[in-house]
Design a protein around this ligand. Structure first.
Ligand SMILES: Cc1cc2nc3c(=O)[nH]c(=O)nc-3n(C[C@H](O)[C@H](O)[C@H](O)COP(=O)(O)O)c2cc1C
Length: 314
């Protein structure tokens, strides 16, 4: 997830069972210029594996330049983004705009397969809009180009991130392909993740928004898929410990002030579903140091860990 799945987020989620993680989408053009903010997205750690790097772009020549820069980095999978719905991206013909040009997807993927030396995957959507649902045909082009797997978000570009997930189109992709298909869309709980598997026959499920402030989703999903039971919500003590760990990762990576500022939105996600957090969230949005933020987290630990207190209502 752009703006979210940085090294710290990935490392935190791996502790809870995330098996394969992807970088945020990285513009191939910006990478080819070695733009400093873009290069930061390539921050690495040996434990952050297996790792997929996701590229955004539509021009094989530019993609090749990006691959040259990536030669100095260790990763396991190269993914093409043909799914981002944001207009800033699609008006350049990138992201989900590629759903309107399956031949272009084929051409770009073929170049990546030939030159990257890595397994190549692609992330697609159900289609551009309701009247042009074409994931099955697009996925077949991708398979012909030599990709190793297809990831599909079962919504169209025009749906953005709301509306219903088209389980039927994901199933049609799965039935048409001989390579693995990974489903995405509303993977918010063990039950919904099982539903994605059951209704589509997919080989894997990608977890996105379900992990915001909720790394426990990986364990929850694994347990639910195994025996149909759901683990209890983590106690507030464990929530607070996890928040502190994530805050520490953030500050180690970006320094005291920037790391703390970046953690603010994570704080809000972590406390979602806890009662009476309005004022502490407001305070967290003003925190500028690790010490201050950690103090608020410990305050949360003290005030919300009461016997009989209804802890969560996600
Ligand atoms: C803030 C945000 C950023 C995202 N960035 C990316 C991205 O960079 N690359 C990508 O393939 N998908 C991205 N996605 C899409 C998710 O990977 C996922 O396909 C989508 O949210 C549907 O799954 P969900 O309903 O379980 O969240 C992003 C989603 C959100 C909400």
């Amino acid at each position: 997830m752009a703006g979210i799945s940085d090294l710290q987020f990935r490392m935190l989620n791996r502790r809870f069972g995330c098996e394969l993680a992807f970088s945020e989408m990285i513009s191939a053009r910006a990478l080819s210029y070695q733009n400093s903010n873009t290069m930061k997205m390539l921050s690495q750690h040996p434990a952050d594996r297996p790792l997929g790097i996701q590229l955004l772009g539509n021009d094989p020549t530019v993609m090749m330049k990006a691959l040259d820069v990536l030669r100095d980095y260790s990763f396991d999978v190269l993914d093409l983004n043909a799914a981002c719905p944001v207009s800033k991206v699609t008006k350049r013909g990138e992201g989900a705009a590629l759903m309107k040009e399956p031949l272009k997807i084929f051409e770009v993927l073929k170049a990546l397969v030939r030159h990257s030396g890595k397994p190549v995957t692609v992330k697609i959507r159900a289609g551009w809009d309701e009247s042009s649902v074409n994931a099955r045909d697009t996925a077949l082009y991708a398979q012909d180009a030599g990709v190793s797997a297809v990831f599909i978000h079962g919504r169209t570009q025009s749906q953005g991130y709301s509306g219903t997930v088209d389980y039927g189109e994901i199933r049609r992709v799965k039935e048409a392909l001989s390579i693995p298909v990974v489903a995405s869309g509303d993977a918010f709980s063990g039950e919904l993740i099982k539903k994605l598997f059951d209704e589509t026959g997919c080989d894997g499920v990608a977890i996105a928004r379900g992990a915001l402030g909720n790394p426990w989703i990986f364990r929850q999903a694994a347990q639910y898929l195994k025996d149909g039971t759901l683990p209890p919500r983590p106690p507030v003590d464990e929530l607070a410990d996890t928040m502190i760990t994530h805050l520490n990762f953030s500050v180690e990576a970006d320094g005291d002030e920037t790391g703390t500022t970046k953690f603010r939105k994570l704080f809000a996600w972590y406390v979602r579903g806890l009662h009476e957090t309005r004022s502490i969230r407001a305070e967290a949005f003003g925190a500028t140091s690790r010490k201050e933020m950690a103090g608020l987290i410990n305050q949360l630990r003290a005030t919300h860990y009461r016997p009989g207190f209804a802890e969560y209502k996600r």
